[in-house]
Design a protein around this ligand. Structure first.
Ligand code: PBG
Length: 328
């Protein structure tokens, strides 16, 4: 035998020469759930180790995460049912707690990168990402609301807007509104290929944001499709997105790879709540080694082409690295 691939795997040092992919804390964004209830720190049952945080705990968590080297966060609001309505009015109320928390985090930690969620569902009495009339999710009236929400977040000091709603034309609408209001420095990470997935369950429980009727299949993508993701990517690029995201991550690595090969923009992957929950559940039963599985999973997303990963394991991974954990 002339060719023996095993020679390039014979020791940790040789494996390090041959390694094609890297993974570090700098590649991770930590999603945090926030609530108006001032001093509440409440664990989310289907997301063990993740909490709904009031302002004090949010600031404590941000500080602790930054000490571990996590610099980027995305915030999701759990809104009181009484504040929800058909047009998501609360989403752009200047005094809403979400905007107040954004201001507070950026004031305390100006160096962190803070990303928002833009969609109607946390604020909508219908539990949909868009405006609902006669059971239909209307595209164009939703755009106005999303643009208003984005401008309110920009005014509060957000660094990156994350439209997760899947309405057509929203990136251009948001970009135009931001620029008109003098926020040309605010980035847009578009949820470019967001699929109608079964893996969002724990997230909807965390925010109590599940649709009250119907499903999200007329706006989120069909899990059967890949070419369509390239179409969405081309549109988002033309509309001024800065980063393209694929969501969920694990079942859609081919889509991550396809986007990474077809765009000059950075590609992000959202390792979603259901993906976290299933590995957590297996680990709790002792069926998988969580530390090793988490590292393999996140590394695989990088190998597929993700430059940046939104993951509920951000702090867990960062702690492993701090402890000198060796995963390959
Ligand atoms: C809302 C939104 C969802 C997620 C992020 N933004 C849920 C949904 O579309 O129903 C899911 C994230 C996760 O599951 O971790 N627009």
């Amino acid at each position: 035998m002339i060719e023996r691939p095993r020679r390039n795997r014979k020791s940790p040092a040789v494996r390090a020469w041959a390694r094609e992919t890297s993974l570090g804390v700098e590649h991770l964004i930590s999603p945090l759930f926030v609530t108006d209830k001032a001093s509440l720190k409440e664990e989310i049952p289907s997301l063990p180790g993740r909490f709904r945080l009031g302002l004090d705990d949010l600031l404590r968590q941000t500080e602790a995460s930054m000490e571990l080297g996590i610099r980027s966060f995305v915030l999701f609001p759990a809104v009181d049912e009484a504040l929800k309505d058909k047009t998501a009015t609360y989403s752009h109320d200047r005094d809403n707690f979400y905007l107040r928390y954004i201001r507070a985090v950026k004031e305390r930690f100006p160096e962190c990168v803070l990303m928002s969620d833009v969609a109607m569902d946390p604020y909508s009495s219908d539990g949909h990402d868009g405006y609902v009339e006669d059971g239909k999710i209307l595209n164009d009236p939703t755009l106005e609301i999303l643009a208003e929400m984005s401008v309110a977040q920009a005014k509060a000091g957000i660094d990156v807007i994350g439209p997760s709603d899947m309405m057509d034309g929203r990136v251009e609408k948001i970009r135009t509104a931001l620029d008109r209001e003098g926020h040309s420095e605010v980035s847009i990470m578009s949820y470019t290929a967001k699929y109608a997935s079964a893996f969002y369950g724990p997230f909807r429980e965390a925010l109590d944001s599940a649709p009250k009727g119907g499903d999200k299949k007329t706006y989120q993508m069909d899990p059967a499709n890949r070419a369509e993701a390239l179409r969405e990517a081309a549109l988002d690029e033309a509309e001024g997105a800065d980063i393209l995201m694929v969501k969920p991550a694990l079942s859609y690595m081919d889509v991550i790879a396809a986007l990474a090969e077809n765009t000059a923009l950075p590609v992000a992957a959202y390792n979603v709540s259901g993906e976290y929950a299933m590995l957590k559940a297996a680990a709790e039963r002792g069926w998988l080694n969580e530390d090793a599985a988490v590292c393999e999973m996140l590394l695989s997303l990088r190998r597929a082409g993700a430059k940046v990963i939104l993951t509920y394991w951000a702090e867990h991974f960062a702690q492993l690295m701090k402890d000198g954990y060796v995963y390959h």
